[in-house]
Write a protein that binds this ligand. Structure first.
Ligand SMILES: Nc1ncnc2c1ncn2[C@@H]1O[C@H](COP(=O)(O)OP(=O)(O)O)[C@@H](O)[C@H]1O
Ligand SMILES: [Mg+2]
Length: 325
């Protein structure tokens, strides 16, 4: 029987998807990719492959999971398998530099960003900014390395201290700080290449707090701001009818980069300008906000994967018929 294969490295994030598969009675199997044995000279099984590998896998002790996933995806694709969020999508998941370079090709504005390797070079990069800036890891997720600075001295003290955390790929980004007049970011969710909903995430959390822990949603959202936290339940609000020209640009961008499922984050500045700063091909959803709006991302994913599986099965049957005549 043809199945849906879910490639991932974090059980907790797959739980809501398992329930959704159960509701729709879809056949699936999980491929937990980290340490293991991979026979890449054999033929992979037939089916649909959904890649949920995360950029922050090293924070869960799965240091080489993205690397082996890149190999496995190349193997699947070389056999013509249907992969949702393919090898190209994984490259984007793993590099914000790549995200920004690619987004700009679709007319999508990103914050001014300078990459640096080596502690003193991070300071050198920051000197090219006039106002406040933030640092972040090139391979990130869950807010890794996100810090706000208003002056060089503070950055210098930080990079020279034991508190400094380097990106797992050695690349730190220094980025223009986009000051939002109202403290929220917007995340736009796509399933099956189509807009599902936008969610407004309150960012009035302190930079000193670990955003992932505070949000309790892992990589899903990483809202970081400058002031005190508000109550967790009020932080996520779904805007189902969000409408803006940026949506069609995002759709174009994901369609041409092997991405079927993603959450893309932007901040709007005081002038109303939209800056896109994060593409998450491994997306999670906020259950309270979804219950309030009555829209469910994981159900949409399961149903899309089910539909894709039916199409793949149909094509395989047709091929067999042609082969037998
Ligand atoms: N250029 C920026 N200006 C202002 N806030 C930012 C900027 N970049 C990131 N942030 C804040 O930090 C959070 C985490 O940054 P992000 O780039 O999404 O990293 P991650 O991939 O770790 O989620 C964002 O959700 C946003 O709240
Ligand atoms: Mg983010």
């Amino acid at each position: 029987m043809l199945k849906i294969y879910v490639i991932h490295e974090n059980d907790a994030w797959v739980e809501p998807l398992r329930s959704a598969f159960g509701e729709l009675e879809l056949p699936y199997e999980e491929w937990f990719l980290d340490e293991g044995v991979y026979d890449v000279s054999s033929a992979p099984p037939e089916g649909v492959f959904y890649n949920r590998m995360s950029a922050s896998s090293h924070t869960r002790g799965h240091r080489y999971a993205p690397e082996v996933t890149a190999g496995v995806l190349a193997w699947l694709e070389s056999h013509g398998r249907r992969v949702i969020n393919n090898g190209r999508a994984l490259q984007l998941e793993l590099s914000k530099i790549d995200q920004y370079a690619t987004l700009s090709r679709y007319g999508i504005r990103t914050p001014r960003t300078i990459a640096a390797v080596g502690r003193e070079h991070i300071v050198e990069a920051a000197k090219r900014f006039k106002g406040s800036f933030i640092t972040k890891h090139n391979r990130a997720g869950k807010g890794l390395g996100v810090r706000l600075f208003h002056e060089i001295d503070a950055l210098q003290a930080y990079v020279r201290s034991d508190a400094f955390e380097d990106s797992v790929d050695g690349i730190t980004l220094v980025q223009e700080y986009i000051r939002a007049p109202e403290p929220f970011i917007t995340r736009v969710e796509f399933v099956g290449g189509e807009f599902l909903y936008a969610v407004r995430v309150d960012t009035s959390l302190g930079f000193e707090l670990c955003p992932a822990d505070v949000c309790q949603v892992g990589d899903a959202f990483c809202p970081v701001g400058e002031t005190a936290p508000v109550s967790p339940s009020a932080r996520f609000r779904i805007v189902p009818d969000f409408d803006h020209a940026i949506i069609s640009r995002y759709r174009h961008f994901i369609a041409e980069n092997g991405i079927g499922i993603a959450g893309i984050e932007f901040i709007r500045d005081a002038a109303g300008e939209i800056y896109t700063y994060d593409v998450n091909t491994n997306t999670n959803y906020n259950p309270e906000a979804e219950a309030e709006a009555g829209i469910y991302g994981m159900r949409a994913i399961a149903s899309y994967l089910g539909e894709t599986l039916r199409r793949v099965a149909g094509a395989a049957r047709r091929e067999m018929l042609v082969g037998s005549t």
